[in-house]
Design a protein around this ligand. Structure first.
Ligand SMILES: C[S@@+](CC[C@H](N)C(=O)[O-])C[C@H]1O[C@@H](n2cnc3c(N)ncnc32)[C@H](O)[C@@H]1O
Length: 214
């Protein structure tokens, strides 16, 4: 499955274009909203799980400032290579990238001394094979009262006229993004961290789940 992301990582422009479609043209608004939900402050430390080409970094950087720290984790070297180019181009000195399986994250493997203030994953958890372990590791690394935000995608609801596109959408995103919308992401989060607040966007095809570790 890494091969899929090797393909996208070598074609960051095409990947960005695919995001325009996934977010139905509302990418900026929705990425911004996900980052806002983290309630980060200047100087905070935040992890972006399955960060891909780093499309969340501008919003995260804006939130934590030059004095904060952003750690991008991804298991595709090619996606990280593109993320690295973005970091260089912007001249950010407080964004570090870690090449690793999200299911193996820990404070030790990420060289962190303290639990972090916030954790974000956008379109990531539904693509991670061992998503339960990745979520467990994320919650473990989050400080008490820290915030975890998951932005992910779902097919059109059964009430939508556009539901007829679902078979095609499921097929394409499975093949080209390893997307599995049937994962029990919310239930797992609730068991691990506490009450999850969910807001849906784009006719129910995008949701943002926010949980404060309790
Ligand atoms: C659809 S992309 C999302 C990228 C980015 N978060 C975004 O919003 O554009 C999914 C990402 O998950 C990464 N990924 C999949 N399984 C992973 C795993 N087990 N550990 C770390 N990253 C993983 C892929 O390499 C890819 O970059």
């Amino acid at each position: 499955m890494k091969n899929i992301y090797s393909f996208w990582g070598k074609r960051p422009f095409l990947y960005s274009l695919s995001c325009v479609i996934t977010f139905l043209g509302r990418e900026e608004v929705l990425r911004k909203k996900a980052v806002e939900n983290l309630k980060l402050r200047k100087g905070d430390t935040v992890i972006d799980i399955a960060c891909g080409t780093g499309l969340n970094f501008p919003y995260l950087h804006n939130a934590v400032g030059n004095g904060g720290k952003i750690i991008g984790v991804d298991y595709s070297r090619e996606m990280l290579y593109s993320a690295g180019n973005r970091i260089k181009q912007k001249g950010w000195e407080n964004v570090v990238l870690k090449h690793m399986n999200a299911a193996e994250m820990s404070l030790d493997t990420l060289f962190l001394e303290h639990e972090v203030d916030g954790i974000l994953s956008t379109l990531g958890i539904s693509a991670i094979p061992d998503h339960k372990q990745a979520l467990a590791k994320a919650v473990e690394m989050l400080k008490y009262k820290g915030t975890l935000v998951i932005l992910d995608a779902k097919p059109f609801p059964e009430t939508s006229l556009l539901r007829f596109f679902n078979p095609l959408i499921k097929y394409i995103y499975k093949q080209w993004a390893n997307w599995n919308y049937e994962k029990d992401i919310i239930e797992t989060l609730e068991k691990l961290a506490g009450k999850v607040d969910i807001t849906e966007y784009n006719s129910g095809t995008i949701y943002i789940a926010t949980v404060i570790k309790s």
